[in-house]
Design a binder for this molecule. Structure first.
Ligand code: NDP
Length: 714
């Protein structure tokens, strides 16, 4: 019995009611036919589309595994549900609360991953391919959860950048904030990563506080749907945050407005068509596109046979051709090799490809599965033939290849094909036609400049990689091709062991590329969250803006408390609360003693003659002594809620402090952030204090922010 039957229809087959992890047996129990009809998750309910269904097939056996339709689905109700229920519920949560839900969701899905692997096998994925899709996707949720809690405030909005001074008197300033869009994000995904494609878009969207409607490519939507069911079943995300369409998106885009965003991954043709949708254009709906890409990999001229870089390169090119049967937007399509090494590289690549067994991924030893469907076989063949017409074939045949453990005529199998062209500047197809399968063209270059020119022929790509031990080559390729690429990877013997490889987009780095690659950008850490937020410039007095954003800014009103702020719990401290300390006059003994204690005997502090000819004219106190003396002025030594000094940021010494100068400190609560309660840990938060040390003439001599851990009253 096929795994989808086990997952989706357990009662008739298993004769028992023990649920498989991640699959809600109750919601499935009403479905009695196999293959099953996929659900759409619409306004909090599962609904199947009526009328004609699209049949979905097992990539290995060719058997029908599911059918999908969105006929009769009320798209307008979906958009309204997101706008009126999901959006407000998400916006009530702070970034930290949303981040914690992402983590809980990641853990929930991880516990059920084996069920998803079983469904993933039907897409033709090997275990390793599924790992990228399933655990890579769940890993993205973890990554965004962690970054959200570390890099975003425990607030519902984000302050972007520092205060902008806009006037001489300091009472008119500017500040940027980012708030969640109030519409819905539409996520349209390609067929190749049914899980990762969904989760890499959802993670930043949910963290931003924006609900989403997920529309996977119909071909492999049965896997997306299985994972989505688990997400709904978990009840971790607020109602209305996520909805699903398995099948055509119909008129969905027509219901959007300017508060909505579309993130599209797929072919350039579809992307361009959708970008021109009447509503997208007239409402100025944000549209992010990730499309085709003729990614390159280059072997540096230094990396001849026998070098580690040569071996690493050959391994990576062969791997990129065969992982996911080459159905990766980031896969290497064009391979650049110095003309003197063409024969060596092709011999080595051919040997590697000869070792790749194609067939049913469940059979021991099979390294490459089929494409996701038979329509893909026809598409890839058409495109590979176009490349083949202008190049020579170095490895592989269209029709004569072995398939292990499966019927080649029933499954969506396609052989690895390696082409080469000795005339890369006079052929178009290898730079222009994306065969979305195990297809690659090797091309020679004479100089690094030529390699740069070849890279640019892709007219904008997601990623390029350079295998070289010569950092001059790396620099020339980086600066020569960066404008045309979203990501560049440099591999040598030092980085290879830990490198994540050419084809892996990472949550902390941007994924996307200019031109042909769509001109979009996803992920990139917190940058990806901002794609779903509106950046707004606020202008006003520092007091007004401080009260709006809950962060003190210079020039804003300050309040003095009756008690020393170090004697207050986190809840008692107020943004703007200020302590003005007593004074201290800096003596020669202070400077000499600090030099002895720290070992810092820099001439400007210790040598009268040398200091006289320095920029200071005479000896100055150590900056770090001023910071230490400032702490001596503002710290209340008695035990209290302050637990520890946590760090110091943005330190600037703005004027020298001379022996005989008198300093004073102004310490102001700038910002407060609660920390997550952890078992065995005192409930606490972080307080950012704005510190200004000034001299007897009231001139600031040092400005910085210190961070302390402060106990919560609880
Ligand atoms: P398609 O462009 O055919 O489809 C992409 C998505 O668009 C699918 O979900 C599809 O749905 C949807 N779609 C198609 N027509 C419409 C419409 N009128 N309205 C709304 N949605 C629509 O691409 P493939 O799925 O075939 O993916 C392969 C391509 O995607 C490759 O060329 C590859 O380069 C690119 N790709 C890019 C990636 C990147 O990150 N840059 C990643 C992965 C793939 P349906 O399936 O129902 O037709």
């Amino acid at each position: 019995m096929c795994p989808i039957c086990i997952l989706m229809n357990p009662l008739p087959f298993l004769g028992e009611t023990r649920p498989l992890p991640g699959i809600n047996i109750e919601s499935m129990a009403t479905i009695s036919t196999s293959p099953r009809r996929l659900g759409n998750y619409v306004a909090g309910e599962w609904a199947t589309g009526s009328g004609k269904q699209t049949d979905l097939f097992h990539a290995v056996t060719g058997d029908k595994v599911a059918e999908a339709s969105t006929n009769g689905i009320d798209y307008s109700a979906m958009v309204d549900h997101a706008r009126l229920i999901g959006g407000p519920a998400l916006r009530k949560l702070t970034f930290h609360e949303r981040a914690r839900r992402l983590k809980a969701l990641a853990m929930y899905l991880m516990e059920r991953k084996e069920a998803f692997y079983a469904v993933s096998a039907m897409t033709g994925a090997t275990r390793a391919d599924s790992w990228i899709d399933i655990e890579g996707g769940i890993g993205t949720l973890f990554a965004y959860s962690s970054r959200g809690r570390r890099e975003l405030p425990d607030e519902t909005f984000y302050i972007d950048g520092a205060t902008e001074a806009l006037s001489k008197g300091g009472q008119f300033v500017g500040r940027h904030i980012c708030v969640p869009l109030e519409g819905v994000a539409i996520h349209i995904n390609a067929f190749n990563f049914p899980v990762w494609g969904m989760l890499e878009k959802l993670a930043p969207t949910i963290l931003a506080g924006v609900p989403a409607i997920v529309k996977p490519a119909t071909l492999t939507s049965y896997l997306t749907e299985a994972v989505f069911r688990a997400m709904v079943e978990s009840k971790i995300l607020p109602e209305g945050s996520i909805q699903l369409l398995c099948g055509s998106a119909g008129t969905l885009l027509g219901h959007l407005d300017a508060q909505c965003a579309v993130a599209f991954t797929g072919s350039a043709t579809t992307g361009q068509m959708l970008k021109q949708n009447k509503t997208i254009v007239s409402e100025n709906v944000r549209f992010n596109q990730e499309a085709d890409s003729l990614n390159f990999s280059m072997l540096g001229p230094d990396a001849g046979p026998g070098t580690e870089e040569f071996d690493l390169f050959v391994k990576e090119v062969a791997r990129e051709m065969t992982v996911k049967a080459g159905q990766k937007c980031t896969a290497i399509r064009r391979t650049f090799v110095h003309e003197s090494m063409m024969q060596d590289v092709m011999r080595a690549l051919t040997t590697r490809l000869e070792g790749v067994k194609v067939g049913d991924p469940s059979v021991e030893g099979v390294r490459m599965g089929p494409l996701a469907g038979r329509t893909q076989v026809a598409d890839v063949r058409k495109n590979a033939e176009a490349i083949g017409r202008v190049t020579e074939r170095a490895y592989g045949t269209f029709d004569d290849f072995d398939v292990v453990g499966a019927d080649r005529t029933k499954g969506a199998f396609f052989p690895p094909l390696l082409f080469y062209s000795n005339d890369p500047f006079h052929v178009v197809e290898p730079h222009d036609v994306e065969a979305f399968g195990p297809v690659n063209t090797v091309m020679p270059y004479k100089s690094v400049d030529e390699a740069i020119a070849l890279a640019k022929r892709g007219r904008g790509s997601l990623v390029g990689s350079v295998f070289t031990a010569d950092d001059k080559v790396a620099r020339a390729m980086a600066l020569g091709t960066a404008a045309h690429h979203g990501r560049l990877l440099f591999v040598n013997h030092q980085s290879a062991k830990e490198s994540t490889g050419h084809g892996s987009p990472l949550p902390n780095l941007v994924h996307g590329g200019p031109g042909r690659a769509g001109g979009g950008e996803e992920m990139g850490g917190i940058r990806g969250v901002m794609h779903y937020m509106q950046r707004t410039a606020l202008q006003g007095s520092p007091t007004t803006l401080s009260r709006i954003v809950h962060e003190y800014m210079p020039g804003a009103a300050q309040t003095a408390g009756a008690r020393h702020p170090f004697q207050k719990f986190l809840e008692e401290l107020e943004v703007g609360e200020t302590l003005i300390t007593g004074t201290r006059t800096i003596t020669d003994a202070d400077v000499v003693n600090f030099a002895a204690l720290s070992g810092d005997k820099f001439y400007a502090h210790m040598d009268d003659d040398a200091a006289r000819t320095s920029i200071f004219d005479k000896r100055v106190a150590h900056g770090y002594f001023i910071v230490s003396a400032a702490a001596g002025l503002f710290v209340d030594p008695a035990p209290g809620p302050v637990l520890a000094n946590y760090g110091l940021e943005d330190l600037r010494f703005t004027k020298p402090v001379y022996i005989g100068d008198t300093i004073r400190v102004r310490l102001t609560v700038k910002q407060k952030t609660e920390k997550e309660d952890r078992e065995g840990q005192i409930p606490q938060g972080v307080v950012h204090w704005d510190v200004e040390v000034s001299n007897q003439d009231r001139e600031p001599v040092a400005v910085y922010t210190i961070l302390t851990l402060v106990r919560k009253r609880g």
